[in-house]
Design a protein around this ligand. Sequence first.
Ligand SMILES: Nc1ncnc2c1ncn2[C@@H]1O[C@H](COP(=O)(O)OP(=O)(O)OP(=O)(O)O)[C@@H](O)[C@H]1O
Length: 249
Amino acid sequence: MSTVFEVTRLRKNFGGLTVTDDVSLSMATSDRLALIGPNGAGKTTFVNLVTGNLAPTSGTVTLAGADITRLNAMQRVRRGLVRSFQVTRLFQEMTPEEHVALAVLQREGRTGRLFGDFRRMPRVMEEVRDILGTLGLDGLATRKVSEIAYGQQRLLEIALALALRPRVLLLDEPAAGVPQSDTGRIERALEMLPPDLAVLMIEHDMELVFRFARRVIVLAAGKVIFDGLPDDVVKDARVREAYLGSYAQ
Ligand SMILES: Nc1ncnc2c1ncn2[C@@H]1O[C@H](COP(=O)(O)OP(=O)(O)OP(=O)(O)O)[C@@H](O)[C@H]1O
């Protein structure tokens, strides 16, 4: 496995407040990494720095060996650093098939007039079917988004991200708002993600974190206080103190 993504001494100050405090981490292809930490630890700020939605005070972000620190969010997506979309960006009247086809055509710079014809494009349709199948949404391909469960809408966000062919996929709380009865579906879909993809997940649901992650990073007050195996995170004294509390007993 080779390093595909690297963050070096990334820092963000808001006035006198340091919210990201020289964070460094690297990810290899196939990594399944969870980023956790108490409320206000700086997780969202970190992801915004990585995606290019926020400019760092200092530090660098490298993707597949290239320094992307100065690139904007769209340029980073084109290089393969993709964050899952938010449900709020889905169109209620459109189907999962249409959403994914649009994302595939967008990736290829072929949107606009062509969009209505995608069902006559075998290569596009095959890719759409593959992606929906990976996430267990194939049975819902032609239903309206408004008719499918919230958990499945969250999976559709991930499907849209996959359609952009990421090297590194950032999942921002994929189970947030999903009823407990449906988190198993999210878990199974995450297991089906392409093995060579590096995945970084931010998630509050610890059951999901421990099932998904092969490595865990804990942020507290903007600093990395732990980077290691899921089995070790619950035993770490600093982590217990900062965050996990009763979960670690
Ligand atoms: N634009 C901003 N200006 C000033 N302070 C900010 C700004 N954005 C975030 N912060 C502060 O930075 C700290 C970290 O916030 P952030 O949202 O990154 O944490 P988080 O770990 O994602 O928290 P949560 O899990 O609650 O979403 C908080 O104290 C927050 O108030």
